[in-house]
Design a protein around this ligand. Structure first.
Ligand code: NAD
Length: 479
């Protein structure tokens, strides 16, 4: 398949296709998926100016206009789920069902926020002064700069863009380097569905272009999803000029397995949470905290399932786990496996390099047992198909280990004890808690986000999104 050449999407014009960058198919690295222009400050300035110019009309348009656009975008994505899902899998490396599933999620998000555009989020309140009435309004903020990662190349752009547009803001989005074609498919749809010029802009370029967007004085709000290190710099730059900012970053998500767990359920939950989507989910279960009595049976049963996982080309229907997105991500997994070994971890399954017939960035799914909570593997995000187990004596120790470390995105427990399940829900220091479910895999109509260094600022998604994408005005009147 010949590569697409992508333009910059600025102010209703497709411009600047100098195409000096590219994305490759991680399942077959000989194949270039897209050629991409490498933008910089000029593109940021032009896109922000276009978004700023479009803001007054868009924010004052009838909410029905915004409903119609978002509803149409949602319908179009859902109609084209197979084609976009295939492109996503070719470019990111997740399996085709995962690629189509993510595309459907993006479509559903637009349809959900179409409804939000019409819903009234203000209040009428009684004043403490007789004859005075109070109303609160939720008003659009202005131009939002958005910076997204490669691991959900359509869903994350969707869950930032849809609420921003629904509430009357305009958008400049800079997607991640490895997955531009999937992001561009979303831009094409938003434009084809009739977004007025400047309402939605997408610009391609390196990380430094993201920094320019964050620093731009006409960007009123910044929504970032990516790694913790980059996120910290984004927050500093945004706060320094008093822009709104929201960050979603890494995780080192614990999954606790208690002695009373249903073994099959525990294995299924761990397999999905740790290895599906090649472990490249911020909510992946990377720390398996296992009680003594079930530990050996659990590790043996999970190892058997991991060994049977069919790793291969993302588009092959037999494939259960695709490649890493890039050579960097592949090498990161191998590096952390080596560190875990050198610190005393026991590689139960996987751990070696994986060469298939086609050249790809494949990683053997790897399970490492006998690790200690203080080891590097239990404290730093790998972002690959690598899980480690920590043995604990009881629930209290499990909870303490789960709550250790600097991240707090998602936490799970597998147990048949209602008492422990409810206690874990209350006391796990994470933004999302799962009982007898994988730590990854969340609904699109409810809040998403974490604690500690996993997140910063208001929650994303569902009914929580109104917080970040609007500002409250309080009006008093006497008549
Ligand atoms: P990354 O931080 O390397 O890049 C994210 C985005 O930031 C990219 O678009 C990149 O070009 C841009 N960027 C890089 N340097 C920048 C700078 N100095 N200023 C502004 N923007 C800059 O992350 P990644 O490798 O694309 O994605 C993987 C990371 O994303 C993982 O840490 C993962 O946990 C995290 N993630 C978090 C969530 C969540 O919701 N919590 C979801 C998905 C991924």
């Amino acid at each position: 398949m010949s590569p697409q050449t992508l333009p910059q999407f600025i102010g209703g014009e497709r411009v600047g296709a100098d195409a000096s960058g590219e994305s490759r198919n991680p399942s077959n690295t000989d194949e270039v998926v897209a050629r991409v222009p490498a933008g910089g400050k000029a593109e940021v300035d032009a896109a922000v100016a276009a978004a700023k110019a479009a803001f007054p009309a868009w924010s004052e348009a009838s909410p029905e206009v915004r409903f119609d656009l978002l509803d149409k975008v949602g319908d179009t994505i859902l109609k084209r789920r197979e084609e976009i899902g295939r492109l996503l899998s070719r470019e990111e490396g997740k399996t085709l069902p995962e690629g189509i599933g993510e595309t459907v999620r993006a479509g559903r998000i637009f349809k959900y926020f179409a409804g939000e555009a019409l819903r009234r989020h203000g209040q009428n309140l009684e004043s403490v002064r007789p004859g005075v009435e109070i109303q609160t309004y939720r008003q659009a903020v202005g131009v939002y700069g958005m910076i997204t990662p490669w691991n959900f190349p359509i869903a994350i752009p969707a869950w930032k863009t849809a609420p921003a547009l629904a509430f009357g803001n305009t958008v400049v989005l800079k997607p991640a380097g490895p997955t531009p074609a999937t992001a561009a498919a979303l831009a094409e749809i938003i434009w084809e569905c009739g977004a007025p010029a400047g309402v939605f802009n997408m610009i391609f370029g390196p990380g430094s272009m993201g920094a320019k967007l964050v620093e731009h004085p006409d960007v009123d709000g910044v929504s970032f999803t990516g790694s913790q290190g980059v996120g910290a710099g984004v927050a500093q730059a945004a706060v320094a000029r008093q822009a709104r900012v929201q960050l979603e970053m890494g995780g080192k998500n614990p999954l606790v397995i208690l002695d009373d767990a249903d073994l099959d359920r525990a294995v299924m939950v761990a397999l999905d949470g740790s290895f599906y989507a090649t472990g490249q989910r911020c909510t992946a279960s990377s720390r398996l905290i296992v009680q003594d009595g079930i530990h050996d049976r659990f590790v043996a049963a999970l190892a058997e399932k991991v060994a049977a996982l069919k790793v291969g080309d993302a588009l092959d229907p037999a494939t259960q786990m695709g490649p890493a997105v890039s050579e960097d991500q592949m090498e990161t997994s191998y590096r952390y496996i080596d560190i875990a070994r050198s610190e005393g971890g026991r590689v139960v399954i996987g751990g070696g390099r994986l060469k298939l017939e086609t050249p790809g960035w494949y990683v053997q799914p790897t399970l490492i047992a006998d690790t200690d909570k203080a080891m590097t593997i239990n404290n730093e995000e790998v972002f690959g198909p690598v899980a480690s187990t920590v043995r604990v004596k009881d629930y209290d120790e499990a909870l303490a280990v789960a709550n250790g470390g600097e991240f707090g995105l998602s936490a799970g427990i597998v147990t048949t004890s209602l008492k422990h399940a409810r206690d874990f829900q209350r006391r796990a220091r994470a933004g999302m808690v799962m009982v007898n479910l994988p730590t990854a895999g969340v609904d699109y109509h409810v809040p998403f986000g974490g604690t500690k260094k996993s997140s910063y600022g208001p929650r994303e998604q569902g009914f929580a999104a109104v917080e970040f994408y609007t500002q409250t005005k309080t009006a008093y009147s006497w008549a």
